[in-house]
Design a protein around this ligand. Structure first.
Ligand code: 0XW
Ligand code: MG
Length: 367
């Protein structure tokens, strides 16, 4: 079963309301969709969608440029051997995990369809048929954050992530107290500074919120800054943006820099790299999420399949973009959150079938 065609699409996903993180306001997301066609007619889908150009080093147009370089290296290769395809891609282009991930995901979709197995089963087997999700509250005032937190608890989310940073740390501290007053122990809480706090402000925040059970996600820009204050922080610390490779995860665990991770499938290189990290985390009992930076039904399905294979005691949830925009590529089996949880798709492969009228503009094709 050889790859005979590679098609790359660009899709703008319009957000229902601005998505805010420290120092960033986004109104739309630029997603890249990959369609692989094999010589037997089977089709596999992949997707990669950064959350704006400043969240991590890769950006959307860069992913498409990288994919255009990679596509000729994979045409004619066997779709059933993703490790070998990965080696062909690495021989053509160093790094660019985010682009390679879209191909890796499309291959797993193809392999699942070929064997009539779901992707979760190819990754070792689903532990349950639904995974917990979590909601990210954007940067807002204490009152608005508390009101939205109540609303999301009412919708059944078992975990909330509160964005902070990019403003006076006093405001972040006020938000955390107000949200805690509003929801208390009804929901698990994390705060996420998306690299924006100084070590000083991280310490002030942790001290001022000492009695509130929060996880502090990616407070500072570098692993070194976090390591320097780690022993003085009163809360569990998770890394997110600093885990760009499998080796970063190994380094963070071996240096004792963190207590868990916010993991992104495409940043690590796709489903196969994620399962490596999943198993490393399990070996050290490290909790983690199973997210991606953003995107539509294809990447959401990949995250749900991967998340379903994680030890539930370690899974911090599967974040998907669906609550922030209404569009679905697959009008019938689009990935959605119900009662704070996401059902695993039932069909083989990823279990989503994009309507090609909904996946944006063709940007390049190779055969
Ligand atoms: C909440 N997320 C999973 C979605 C956005 O991409 C940011 C990200 C995070 O945790 O940083
Ligand atoms: Mg994060």
């Amino acid at each position: 079963m050889r790859i005979s065609e590679v098609h790359i699409y660009q899709k703008d996903l319009q957000l229902d309301q601005p998505y805010t993180m420290a120092g960033t306001v986004l109104h739309a997301l630029d997603s890249t969709i990959v369609k692989l066609v094999c010589d037997d007619g089977l089709v596999g889908w992949g997707e990669t969608c950064p959350v704006g150009p400043t969240y991590q080093p890769e950006h959307a147009a860069g992913a498409r440029a990288a994919l255009s370089l990679l596509a000729p290296a994979i045409v004619g290769k066997c779709a059933l051997t993703p490790l070998l395809v990965r080696r062909h891609m690495d021989a053509r282009l160093n790094g660019h995990n985010q682009a390679k991930a879209a191909i890796d995901i499309a291959l797993m979709d193809l392999i699942g369809k070929h064997h009539k197995m779901r992707v979760c089963d190819l990754l070792g087997g689903a532990i349950s048929e639904a995974v917990p999700s979590y909601f990210a509250l954007g940067i807002a005032s204490p009152e608005d954050s508390a009101a939205q937190a109540r609303e999301k608890v009412g919708q059944g989310f078992p975990r909330l992530q509160i964005k902070c940073g990019g403003r006076a740390v006093d405001e972040d501290i006020a938000v955390i107290h107000k949200v805690w007053e509003a929801v208390g122990n009804e929901v698990r809480l994390a705060i996420d500074a998306n690299r924006s706090l100084t070590a000083r402000d991280t310490l002030l925040l942790s001290l001022s919120c000492k009695r509130i059970p929060i996880v502090i996600e990616q407070p500072c820009n570098t692993m070194e800054e976090i390591a320097s204050i780690r022993s003085q922080i009163h809360h569990p610390v998770y890394l997110d943006e600093n885990t760009e490779t499998v080796n970063d995860v190994l380094r963070a665990i071996s240096l004792g820099v963190c207590d868990g991770f916010g993991l992104k499938l495409t940043r690590l290189g796709g489903l196969n790299a994620f399962t490596t990290v999943r198993d490393i985390c399990a070996a050290r009992s490290m909790p983690h999420s199973c997210d991606d930076t953003s995107g539509g039904d294809i990447i959401a399905a990949a995250c749900v399949h991967a998340g379903a294979t994680v030890d539930p005691g370690l899974l911090e949830g599967v974040w998907i973009g669906a609550p922030y925009y209404e569009e679905h590529y697959d009008p019938e089996n689009g990935i959605q959150i119900k009662d704070g949880h996401i059902d695993l798709p039932r069909a083989p492969g990823l279990g989503v079938t994009p309507d090609e009228r909904r996946i944006g503009n063709l940007s390049a094709s190779f055969n």
